[in-house]
Ligand binder design. Structure first.
Ligand SMILES: Cc1ncc(COP(=O)(O)O)c(C=O)c1O
Length: 497
């Protein structure tokens, strides 16, 4: 006997009330699998509702897996698997994810977990009194949100059906054309067909690793270098050969000696405001580096992640601008001058190289978001990008001057050295006599209300324990001054004993 009660006043449709009540009875075990439900006509008569209401309820119960029903026969309650209760904590999967994971992914997971624990511990320790000189992310207060919103609205209202489609796999053509023209301002001559839009330059690096390396390959990197390339090298089981970074860029004599005896899949370099050292190489260094790569037929990956952030002195042109032998693969991004969240970067290289990278990208993510690319194009096309870059230069040249002045004012004499960058956000600081490994330095600095980015994370092999990186990218003038003052106090304290 099925006892159901319909409420005529609560606004819930009758068929849903029938569904819910039958589900509850089954879940509570009050009606068992195999129980025969009344015919739609009988139940409708009993409840005083239309037969189609009961029919709709039975259909819904069938879709949810609560009943078996065959045309012309009674519906039977079926044994249904219980719904997984996502709120039940502590239940572990029957699958051992560790056992199923590949060796490469295990290595990368270990690094990721350690970093996540570090970040969690750090953010627990962070209070508003602690000034964070560590992250190389953008100052959200500088985001031109309203202008971008207008551009997004415009592309959706005028071209919504086109930009909400997959779009061209290589990237939104008007944006590629814009980037090609913009690169011309930096004397780089590439056509829109020689540009591949990526989800940030991080994806560009990943695609390059996938194109050129297999386990055991050698890749030449600067040491120290961008920390997030290092786990990728581990994942792809690539051997990195580190070329030391000197005051004027990577050590060319060391590189030549290496290339005389060894082969490598490519060389990765960051010639402007190198991450982490902040070093910008000279025109002659760039020429010599390119010459070496051409001589040894070595693809040169130039990461121009902050190309637009040259605000002191005269600009040095990208290596790609001299690339008549087409050996350079250039990486660009909007992340470090506009918004990192749009995830738009690009690779500029010879057409065949782009096509090979595109093939890898296409089978990995089909394409990058067309609507976002279209909004970014609109933003650039309206002239907002130029205005925004000018604003960034005004602000950050001021902020960097304040940072350098504060370092002079607050650092104890003879204990630390640092470079003076020509742009960007980074300053690389060396403790002349290492008193404390930089891995431990934040525990000490935290007590003085400041944290930094320890040097170790930027080295693949030859860890240096007496360097750390500071970034002014998220801080305003007062915050920079206070952060560096705290840093100075901490270092004075460190060298007191
Ligand atoms: C040197 C360098 N290259 C590439 C990236 C990746 O940037 P995105 O993927 O956001 O374009 C970063 C990010 O910090 C970086 O520092």
């Amino acid at each position: 006997m099925l006892l159901l009660n319909l409420n005529h006043n609560n606004g819930t449709p009758f068929y849903l009330q029938i569904v819910e009540q039958i589900k509850d009875l089954v879940n509570a075990g009050s009606i068992k699998p195999g129980h025969k439900l009344p015919s739609t006509r009988t139940l409708a008569g009993k409840l005083g509702v239309n037969r189609s209401t009961v029919y709709k309820a039975y259909q819904e119960l069938w879709a949810l897996g609560y009943i078996d029903s065959r045309p012309g026969s009674y519906s039977l309650i079926r044994k249904r698997r219980e719904l997984a209760d996502l709120s039940a904590s502590g239940t572990r999967s029957v699958i051992s994810w560790e056992k199923h994971a590949t060796p490469g992914s295990k290595a990368i997971y270990k690094i990721f977990s350690a970093q996540r624990n570090n970040i969690n511990a750090r953010s627990r320790a962070l209070t508003h009194e602690v000034i964070n000189l560590s992250p190389l992310i953008m100052d959200k207060r500088m985001f031109p949100v309203e202008k971008f919103r207008k551009c997004m609205n415009k592309v959706l209202s005028t071209n919504g059906d086109v930009v909400l489609d997959y779009g061209e796999h290589q990237g939104y053509k008007p944006l590629r054309e814009y980037i090609s023209n913009r690169l011309r301002l930096h004397s780089v001559s590439v056509s829109a067909d020689e540009i591949l839009i990526t989800n940030g330059s991080q994806q560009g690096i990943d695609l390059i690793l996938r194109l050129f390396t297999s386990p055991g390959s050698k890749v030449l990197i600067e040491e120290p270098t961008y920390s997030l390339i290092l786990p990728m090298l581990k994942y792809y089981r690539v051997n990195a050969a580190g070329v030391p970074v000197l005051d004027d860029g990577l050590d060319l004599a060391y590189l030549e000696k290496y290339l005389k005896k060894n082969k490598a899949s490519f060389l990765y370099t960051i010639p402007n405001f190198q991450n982490p050292t902040g070093v910008t190489t000279s025109q002659s260094h760039r020429e010599a580096l390119l010459e070496l790569c051409v001589k040894y037929k070595l693809p040169l990956v130039e990461d121009g992640f902050e190309e637009e952030m040259k605000y002191f002195g005269s600009a040095v042109l990208p290596i790609k601008s001299m690339d008549k032998h087409k050996a350079v693969i250039y990486l660009g991004t909007f992340s470090k001058v506009l918004f990192p969240g749009i995830r738009i970067g690009w690779i500029a290289a010879e057409r065949e190289c782009i096509d090979r990278l595109l093939a890898l990208k296409r089978f990995s993510d089909l394409t990058s978001s067309c609507v976002v690319q279209a909004a970014v194009y609109e933003f650039c096309h309206q002239g907002y990008y130029d205005l925004h870059i000018k604003r960034m230069h005004r602000n950050f040249s001021k902020r960097m001057r304040i940072a350098l002045k504060a370092l002079k004012k607050f650092m104890p004499e003879g204990k630390v050295t640092w470079n003076e960058p020509a742009g960007g956000y980074l300053i690389w600081i060396k403790l002349i006599e290492p008193k404390i490994g930089t891995a431990k330095i934040n525990e000490f600095f935290l007590n003085h209300g400041v944290i930094v980015s320890p040097g170790e994370i930027y080295y693949f092999k030859h860890n240096q324990h007496n360097y750390f990186r500071i970034s002014i990218s998220t801080l305003n003038e007062e915050e920079i001054e206070s952060g560096i003052k705290n840093l100075g106090n901490a270092i004075c304290e460190l060298y007191k004993s």
